[in-house]
Design a protein around this ligand. Sequence first.
Ligand SMILES: CCCCCCCC/C=C\C=C\CC(=O)SCCNC(=O)CCNC(=O)[C@H](O)C(C)(C)COP(=O)(O)OP(=O)(O)OC[C@H]1O[C@@H](n2cnc3c(N)ncnc32)[C@H](O)[C@@H]1OP(=O)(O)O
Length: 279
Amino acid sequence: ATIRRTEPTAGSGDSARRFGTQRVLVEPDAASGVAVMKFKNPPVNSLSLELLTEFIISLEKLENDKTFRGVILTSDCPRVFSAGLDLTEMCGKNPAHYAEYWKAVQELWLRLYLSNLVLIAAINGACPAGGCLISLTCDYRILADNPKYLIGLNETLLGIVAPFWFKDTLVNTIGHRASEQALQLGLLFLPAEALQVGLVDQVVPEDQVLSTALSVMARWMAIPDHARQLTKNMMRKTTVDRLVKQRDADIQNFVSFISRDSIQKSLQMYLEKLKQKKG
Ligand SMILES: CCCCCCCC/C=C\C=C\CC(=O)SCCNC(=O)CCNC(=O)[C@H](O)C(C)(C)COP(=O)(O)OP(=O)(O)OC[C@H]1O[C@@H](n2cnc3c(N)ncnc32)[C@H](O)[C@@H]1OP(=O)(O)O
């Protein structure tokens, strides 16, 4: 994928400078050590190969810059945090493309789930499937209180199956029984329901999502990094190791699953339904 980097905005010193790429805007505040990362892949922030690649590059840049200890993930697109994996990357392409795409999905999850940074999701829009997965990799989730902003792993509604590491991430967050129901039924939760089941940590008015994320971040930043990072590692490493041990097999599983005629048909029909919704 071709990555175009955005120019820093003219301004008053490092903390006012933006950087990032075409699809991932990064607003760093060196003074506080916190950066706000905004997805900008209109109309719905679907996780295309380009967005995944740029996300990984931007995250790596922040991880390698000791100035930054915390990142807030949010959306630059109105009303959608992320529509999840890009269905057009999984439809009508060849096995090599599916393999490349899945490797990038794995890579992003691996980096996010064990990131040394404090990650907070400021969920300012709809958050299905892969969008929900990204938020679940964060240390804390704040969702805007809007009945249109549904969140959950809805894969079964598309006729597909959430991979085991999506499932593990959900189980680690809301527990086994709630995950069993949520995954089989492909539940998309309203904000109040998401809060009740523990899928998000706070629901706040829409105009307070970012300010709440910044104040929650201050609390997490008060903890010494080494102790917090080792604790996070202790909680999450087993889950990560499960995928690391079988990364190639997981790619092969995905490629053969997604290449099935029946799955391709289901995905095409789902995409058609999304398009018809407008007309
Ligand atoms: C045996 C075990 C094997 C295991 C194998 C594992 C296999 C796992 C495989 C895959 C896992 C996938 C996880 C996913 O993330 S799949 C994606 C699921 N996403 C969704 O269901 C969300 C779909 N989108 C929506 O519900 C809405 O678009 C919404 C996000 C709520 C926004 O609504 P709205 O603002 O009204 O926008 P529109 O619906 O009108 O959409 C605008 C255009 O964007 C296109 N679109 C939407 N979502 C996607 C997407 N995910 N990918 C690609 N394109 C998307 C939509 O078609 C519209 O396009 P157009 O303008 O051309 O009509």
